[in-house]
Design a protein around this ligand. Structure first.
Ligand SMILES: [Zn+2]
Length: 396
């Protein structure tokens, strides 16, 4: 019997987190170019360094989309592979505060994930699935429930602070696209280059030239391709090149006393040479609820702050999980980052002038396709529509 030899027939579609995804009619590769604001791509195209990306732009296959908030790496990578925002999947940063114990808890573990990944659901339904990430911190979250290939370039021996780490991810992807030919593949790079070099610089263009070559090879494998980013990246320095930082914990300690509030910076991770734990998004846990209002007013007097919201409003507007967010959410403006106390941040560890992300200024990112668009979600497109677009939105 032909049917028996081929195994069970795949379903027409797979439902994941209340979204319906068509079974792939051809291999689909989703690439997340970490920290790639459109400026990096535009500059590389203008310099003649990225002919493949230029060809997509010429064919009109580029859209500007919104990243999930906060515009950090893990919340957005997890949003992309689950197709839903942090309110649904639970990963809203690298840390949250456990109010019971008073301990900052790291969320890099799959047990904090509250939603299925599209990768896991398709692998359970019989699809061949692969995921390659740059840093190992993401591998566990992306690999949750996944049967198939799941590896990180860091685990495979590549140096963390290097362009090589990202190039390794893409090279592995090209290799897999040619040999294993996964039905669904997710490739996620690191933002070392973007934290270190500005758009249009020789080093950035050199990196995007390498990326462009790998993307062209992925395209040549015959797969449908969706390329997006987890967040943008901006210089966070003044005219003299000094980092512009609002030290929130110091500010609140001075105004309300040392035990009144606890500032959590969800960008904090072991890779401090990228950003010194300084990002544009912070959340404040307040000891006495009646002080929330006064603290919001005090924070409103500081310069360099874009937005201050109570938890309920922030969760509503930014689709965040209320139990993993403090009483107050603070976003720094486009030129500024948020810190706790000066002593908590080792600016000497940074590899260059501070470039970072996390707020609204780093929210808009590009999404590029190698097929014509046939459909799109009925709202402004998000980066976490990447798999939906790849499976439901592209012409063959
Ligand atoms: Zn990132």
């Amino acid at each position: 019997m032909e049917g028996a030899a081929l195994g069970p027939r795949p379903p027409a579609s797979v439902r994941v987190n209340d979204r319906e995804y068509r079974w792939p009619r051809e291999p689909l590769i989703v690439v997340c170019l970490d920290g790639s604001s459109f400026e990096y791509i535009r500059e590389a195209i203008e310099a003649g360094a990225a002919p493949f990306l230029a060809s997509l732009a010429e064919r009109g296959l580029v859209r500007m989309v919104d990243a999930a908030m906060p515009t950090f790496t893990n919340p957005n990578n997890v949003s992309i592979v689950t197709g839903v925002p942090p309110a649904r999947h639970g990963i809203c940063g690298n840390f949250f505060l456990d109010r019971e114990t008073g301990q900052a808890v790291m969320m890099n573990d799959a047990r904090f994930l509250r939603a299925d990944t599209i990768l896991a659901a398709f692998s359970a339904a019989g699809a061949k699935v692969a995921a390659i990430t740059a840093k190992d911190k993401l591998r566990q979250l992306l690999g949750a429930g996944l049967t198939g290939v799941c590896a990180s370039a860091e685990q495979e021996g590549q140096p963390v602070y290097s362009a090589q780490l990202s190039e390794h991810v893409l090279r592995r992807g090209v290799e897999l696209a040619r040999t294993l030919k996964p039905d669904l593949m997710y490739l996620s790079t690191s933002d070392y280059v973007q934290h270190t070099y500005e758009p249009g610089s020789a080093d950035a263009n050199r990196f995007y030239a390498a990326v462009d070559g790998h993307l062209a090879a992925l395209d040549a494998s015959g797969a449908a391709l969706v390329v997006t980013a987890d967040h943008g990246m901006r210089a966070k320095t003044d005219a003299r090149g000094c980092a512009r930082i609002v030290f929130l914990q110091t500010l609140l300690d001075e105004a309300f006393g040392r035990e009144a509030a606890r500032v959590i910076l969800p960008i904090t991770d072991p890779y401090v040479a990228h950003h010194g734990s300084l990002g544009a998004f912070a959340t404040v846990y307040v000891a006495a609820a009646e002080q929330v209002h006064a603290m919001i007013q005090r924070l409103g007097l500081a310069s360099g702050i874009d937005l201050i919201l109570r938890r309920e409003a922030a969760c509503d507007v930014f689709e965040l999980p209320p139990d993993r967010i403090g009483d107050i959410v603070v976003c720094a403006d486009r030129d500024t980052v948020l810190g706790a106390r000066a002593a908590d941040h080792d600016l000497g560890a940074l590899h260059g002038p501070l470039r970072s992300h996390g707020g609204l200024a780093e929210r808009e990112v590009p999404m590029l396709f190698n097929r014509r668009l046939e459909a799109a979600p009925a709202r402004r497109m998000k980066n976490y529509d990447a798999f939906w677009m790849g499976l439901n939105g592209l012409a063959r």
